[in-house]
Design a protein around this ligand. Sequence first.
Ligand SMILES: C[S@@+](CC[C@H](N)C(=O)[O-])C[C@H]1O[C@@H](n2cnc3c(N)ncnc32)[C@H](O)[C@@H]1O
Length: 226
Amino acid sequence: MGIGREVVFGDALPVAERYAAFLETAGVERGLMGPREVDRLWERHLINCAVVSEAIPADARVVDVGSGAGLPGIVLAIVRPDLRIILLEPLLRRTTFLDECVEMLDLRNVEVRRGRAEDMVGEITVDVATARAVAPLKRLVTWALPLLRPDGELLALKGERAAAELDEAEPVLKRLGARSTELLQVGRGMVDSPTTLVRVVAGRGEAVGPRQRAPRRAKGSRKRSS
Ligand SMILES: C[S@@+](CC[C@H](N)C(=O)[O-])C[C@H]1O[C@@H](n2cnc3c(N)ncnc32)[C@H](O)[C@@H]1O
């Protein structure tokens, strides 16, 4: 049994509740959230995103790739005021919603950027990239790894296919020079279904980005844990 939103959000619960109310109303009206998701908004969306915080170091610069209505980026900004978070989203309708959330919730650690991840190489460089429900891992890594500093980390929220997606992404991870990969679960003991993350640690500069030529030999190691 999950231990509840009070424990997960602590003092930030009132802010999370305002965000939830906005998702349930404006989010549904504008087609950013399915009406059927409302009943499971906390368990399946807000709490499962909040527990990703466990995997993010203090004071990190974070980009949430394909933030949509703000998942997980807005939730992380609420529970972790120490993080500086860029919400990256190409669709105007969604960035408008995100801008409204940031203003309404007075989130001072958040910047909303409109654009596609693959067009932000050199413009955004961060310690951690997060992504949920954006693309298969083998495509996501080509977008997200070039946004990371050397040794930065991609944390991709994935479901049951996490291990399979990791296998499928192996060739491209080698080409990109990823140093290591790991499957991990966050939220154990806090939520009924812990969130599965794929963590990919970026290389130290030998990576070949998707817009560069001539793939090089991979130097990445590969690590697995449950
Ligand atoms: C299914 S939604 C998921 C939104 C949110 N992460 C969530 O879990 O609710 C996928 C989002 O990724 C965005 N997206 C698609 N391609 C992208 C790209 N190349 N760079 C950044 N975002 C992208 C879409 O606009 C959309 O908002």
